[in-house]
Ligand binder design. Structure first.
Ligand code: PGA
Length: 271
């Protein structure tokens, strides 16, 4: 994952030395089907955008039933496949749930945990999310996209930083986190699916704050290497400016990741 990445900034090309590979995840939520997976996997443009000379991680996260189809469709390409959730127990009487072992059995590369929709609609607390992250990291290979973010009310109250710190501290094993197994997605709830994107400056401020916080809570080495990605109404018009921020290391894209052309544009705008 480490490397020297060259990205174009403003209208001229400069070289930024960074140890962090840009990460773009497509969170399909309760959308998509076999046809959509095939549309992406048959697109030469998508596959080549995802495998450019610029180092990049592109991960598609379809709903559970489509994970094997997606793994097969993207086999041999640079595109990774992620799940949108999992349970913390490895097996047992938990009707309707799936475990990290099951995801590993399917060779799924990533799992999103603690998405704000899981927290708000399915009442996942910081403690539950923490247990899930711990379970995923206890497995041999699973990599985790852990989501955090404040609501509009929390932002207005001026408690954004404390709130998202609390979400991370719900993960008891935070001190053991490794940058090759974790990506942190900062997704302000007020920006998700609303078309109301955080300004590049707003996002950069929080990302920089998180990096300092992680340097203290985990260690400076982890903080320097961990990808902190932004999510919330990312599209091809705002991706470039957001991607140019020094502490924004990628995106978690919802709605716009369901449209092949738009997602390709987001990838290309991020280079
Ligand atoms: P959005 O969703 O891009 O549709 O705002 C982002 C997310 O929920 O991860």
């Amino acid at each position: 994952m480490d490397g020297i990445v060259s990205r174009s900034v403003c209208s001229y090309k400069i070289v930024i030395v960074t140890m962090r590979t840009f990460f773009i995840g497509g969170n399909w939520k309760l959308n998509g089907n076999v046809k959509l997976i095939k549309e992406f996997s048959n697109s030469k443009e998508f596959l080549s955008a995802s495998t450019s000379t610029t180092e990049l991680d592109v991960v598609i996260c379809p709903a559970y039933p489509y994970l094997p189809t997606a793994k097969e469709a993207f086999a041999g390409s640079a595109v990774g496949v992620g799940a949108q959730n999992c349970h913390f127990a490895s097996s047992g009487a938990f009707t309707g749930e799936i475990s990290v072992n099951m995801l590993e059995d399917l060779e799924v590369d990533w799992v999103i945990l603690g998405h704000s929709e899981r927290r708000a609609i399915f009442k996942e607390t910081n403690e539950i999310v923490g247990k899930k992250v711990q379970a995923a990291l206890a497995s041999p290979d699973m990599r985790v996209i852990v989501c955090i973010g404040e609501t509009e009310g929390e932002r207005e109250e001026g408690i954004t930083e404390k709130f998202i710190e609390g979400q991370l501290l719900g993960c008891e094993n935070i001190k053991e986190w490794r940058a090759d197994r974790i990506v942190i997605a900062y997704e302000p709830v007020w920006a998700i699916g609303t078309g109301k994107v955080a300004t590049p400056l707003q996002a950069q401020e929080i990302h920089a704050h998180l990096r300092n916080f992680l340097a203290a809570q985990v260690n400076p080495e982890f903080a320097a290497h961990v990808r902190i990605i932004y999510g919330g109404s990312v599209n091809s018009s705002n991706a470039r400016e957001l991607a140019q921020q020094p502490d924004i290391d990628g995106f978690l894209v919802g709605g716009a990741s369901l449209k092949l052309d738009e997602f390709i544009k987001i990838i290309n705008e991020s280079k």
